[in-house]
Design a protein around this ligand. Structure first.
Ligand SMILES: Nc1ncnc2c1ncn2[C@@H]1O[C@H](COP(=O)(O)OP(=O)(O)OP(=O)(O)O)[C@@H](O)[C@H]1O
Ligand SMILES: [Mg+2]
Length: 225
């Protein structure tokens, strides 16, 4: 098995020194296998989102390492971290992060425009990606005109446009119904099987946790079994 990313003795302390100091992540050492869905469960406040944002290079650890291959990104400058994030990581945020006034295709094409891909080319690739997710009949619909599940698929299409090594999804079913969640599961599983995509997700929903090949549980910032 190949490891995509691992953490070593990772800590994240919020509100350092003050009365609200919280060790949100405490001494976490994990390995995320390539081509698998790894799911993190655990109660509210146990540190799941914090761990995802550390692995996704959105937050800097207080202590410890985040390694992609042999490279530790925890201490690198924001320029390198941002570049790594753009090139190697996809995020499924809640569907609300889409721009409602733009069409499905325009939303998906947007990150490519930031990488200087010409607009017509970006939109062509976006349409192909959306179609592969069963959205060919909604390409020119504005996001505001789409259902929750359709918006979720736009989010997935957008997060996959940079061909990430790892897709990070926090509570991926939060804004969609059970049927759309099952569709999402199907799409993710297909990407994992076909493209060896690595997925790291967090949820407290049993339905979502059952998607995992490997399951980790958090409690009070620590991985427990
Ligand atoms: N930006 C922040 N500033 C200060 N404290 C924070 C911040 N984010 C999280 N925390 C603290 O860290 C702890 C862990 O939060 P986190 O969001 O990682 O939990 P979670 O497991 O994702 O919870 P949930 O299931 O409710 O989403 C929380 O109890 C909170 O007090
Ligand atoms: Mg959370």
């Amino acid at each position: 098995m190949t490891v995509t990313v691992r953490t070593e003795n990772l800590w994240k302390t919020y509100g350092g020194g003050g009365p609200h100091q919280v060790d949100a992540v405490r001494d976490v050492t994990i390995e995320i296998e390539r081509g698998e869905i790894t799911a993190i469960g655990g109660p509210s406040g146990s540190g799941k989102t914090t761990l995802l944002s550390l692995v996704g290079l959105l937050t800097r650890p207080t202590k410890g390492k985040v390694l992609y291959g042999d490279q530790d990104f925890s201490g690198l400058s924001e320029v390198f971290r941002t570049r790594a994030r753009r090139q190697r990581i996809g995020f499924i945020f809640q569907a609300q992060y889409l721009i409602p006034q733009l069409t499905a295709v325009e939303n998906v094409a947007l990150p490519m425009l930031c990488l200087d891909v010409p607009r017509s080319e970006a939109e062509k690739l976006a349409a192909i990606r959306l179609s592969s997710l069963g959205m060919n009949h909604r390409l020119d619909f504005r996001v505001a005109e789409l259902s929750g599940g359709e918006q979720q698929r736009v989010s997935i299409a957008r997060s996959l446009m940079n061909a990430p090594e790892i897709l990070i999804a926090d509570e991926p079913n939060a804004s969609i119904d059970e049927k759309s969640a099952e569709e999402l599961h199907f799409v993710l599983r297909e990407m994992v099987e076909r493209n060896k995509l690595t997925v790291l997700l967090a949820s407290h929903d049993a339905q979502v946790l059952n998607w995992a090949d490997r399951r980790l549980n958090m409690r009070d910032g620590k991985i427990v079994d």
